[in-house]
Design a protein around this ligand. Structure first.
Ligand SMILES: [Zn+2]
Length: 202
């Protein structure tokens, strides 16, 4: 069995799949992945919600139907209401993948849900008070005019930072990105199978 890629390699792979990153070299994307991960860990250390309030005051609601969408969804942050929406069918699917892949030592039972909540909290922080800090931390200056530096937005960096934040807050052995990447691959395979089946049927 081939070993699972490490978190930074997985992160760089995610970044390389985003169209606006196509012209960026593999070395740059690996550096961005490394720095986004380190930033997510630092943010987790900075952000210390009160004991008994791990989500930092966000309301959490549960829904189903996350896997039925054109773009499957595990969780999302509704900015207007400050609510975290969790999709229970997607969470159950990811938990089953943890067992299938033998990753239980990295992701104890229930950690997919906990990580999804914290991931969305991180998105909330990264979209607001820490947006510029993240751009500076991933260190990709787009433009220098004298002493002014405009830091480029590298699409996907906030995603990697959010995963790293959740992993650190929960003390997980691996980034939950490992599970979401496996879920995407499994759903892609399933979609292809359905498509092939319907081609045969027609
Ligand atoms: Zn995300």
């Amino acid at each position: 069995m081939t070993p699972d890629p490490d978190d930074v390699a997985l992160g760089a792979r995610l970044l390389s799949g985003i169209p606006t990153n196509e012209a960026r070299s593999p070395e740059l994307l690996r550096t961005v992945a490394e720095r986004a991960r380190a930033f997510g860990h630092r943010l987790a250390d900075l952000d210390a919600p009160a004991p008994g309030d791990p989500t930092g005051g966000h309301r959490v609601v549960e829904r189903t139907g996350g896997l039925d969408r054109d773009t499957p969804v595990l969780a999302r942050f509704l900015h207007r209401s400050g609510t975290i929406e969790l999709f229970t069918d997607s969470i159950a699917f990811c938990e089953s993948l943890v067992d299938t892949h033998g990753w239980r030592a990295h992701f104890p039972a229930g950690s997919v849900r906990a990580a999804a909540v914290l991931h969305e909290r991180a998105h909330h922080l990264l979209a607001g008070p820490y947006a510029r800090d993240l751009r500076v931390a991933v260190g990709h200056p787009a433009l220098r005019i004298g002493r002014w530096v405009h830091w480029a937005h590298v699409a996907g960096a906030e995603e990697l930072a959010a995963h790293a934040y959740a992993a650190r807050r929960l003390g997980l052995g691996r980034s939950p990105l490992l599970v979401t990447a496996a879920a995407s691959a499994a759903l892609d395979r399933r979609a292809r199978t359905v498509k092939e089946a319907s081609t045969w049927a027609s």
